[in-house]
Design a protein around this ligand. Structure first.
Ligand code: HEM
Ligand code: HEM
Length: 210
């Protein structure tokens, strides 16, 4: 979002998150929780863990493609913000009122990129991981033996970081609900949200009074 005009400042109910983003999100939640649980506490033979890992790779690939060819506001270009926008948003984050941001806000966007990046790295390194137990060898561990050492280490180090990022993600959602009186969750369920800011005309459901 760049320049502000009276038009851009109107309050509107819009169709925000499209069905692909919503399906991606909730499938990712299921797959990450399951893969994480199976990796940490699952049975010794981790075939199921691998399947959920493959599903995560497929989901991330689809979301990355959608980030380039998808519609507003799912495209990455709509939530890559410069430092000025980021710090301006951050300085006002303590105000006790809804942000009404159309899309991922500058702080949320950073956490989205972090989550996508860390999950991508976790899934990628799983392909080459080999903990020397002769059972759970990543499917590419034999083909590229040079990567096994560092890939296994990274695959073992990242899970607590993923847990921390997910907890921060949930804490941010609770903060917006409780402190800023803005519930972000329904828009990830049915797609609709009240926002203030420039939005494409075909996404507007209704103009709202101030
Ligand atoms: C393993 C757990 C989770 C992961 C890995 C995760 C990951 C993500 C990612 C990657 C996005 C960006 C979506 C996109 O643009 O494609 C996102 C957004 C979002 N997630 Fe999650 N999520 C998790 C759990 C949850 C849960 C349990 C809730 C609800 C209680 C939730 C609510 C949301 C909401 C509301 C947004 C949109 C935030 C905004 O308006 O900017 N997430 N999540
Ligand atoms: C984001 C997706 C993934 C998550 C959250 C995840 C999580 C985990 C966790 C928590 C462990 C246990 C680590 C430990 O013992 O310290 C593990 C081990 C393992 N995972 Fe994954 N994993 C994912 C994707 C994959 C993929 C795609 C593959 C390969 C197809 C894979 C293959 C393995 C292997 C071979 C191990 C045993 C390595 C070891 O114990 O060091 N993982 N994973």
């Amino acid at each position: 979002m760049t320049g502000r005009s009276p038009e851009a400042d109107k309050l509107r109910r819009v169709r925000l998150w499209d069905p692909l983003v919503r399906s991606f999100h909730w499938l990712l939640v299921i797959c990450v929780c399951t893969a994480w649980y199976l990796g940490e506490f699952g049975p010794g033979i981790m075939t199921l863990h691998f399947y959920f890992g493959y599903a995560i790779i497929a989901l991330l690939a689809i979301r990355i493609i959608w980030g380039f060819i998808g519609a507003w506001p799912a495209r990455f270009q709509h939530f890559v913000y410069g430092p000025g926008t980021f710090f301006r948003y951050l300085s006002g984050i303590g105000k006790r009122r809804p942000s009404l941001w159309p899309g991922h806000n500058p702080v949320g966007a950073l956490s989205v990129f972090l989550l996508l990046g860390v999950l991508g790295l976790q899934a990628f390194t799983g392909l080459f991981a080999d903990p020397d137990d002769f059972i759970n060898r990543g499917p590419l561990a034999n083909s590229v033996p040079g990567m096994v050492g560092w890939a296994t280490s990274i695959h073992q180090v990242l899970p607590p970081i993923i847990l921390l990022l997910v907890l921060l993600h949930l804490a941010a959602i609770v903060f917006y609900k409780v402190y800023k009186n803005e519930n972000l969750v329904p828009s990830m369920l049915h797609g609709r949200k009240i926002v203030r800011g420039a939005v494409p005309a075909d996404r507007i459901i209704e103009e709202l009074p101030e």
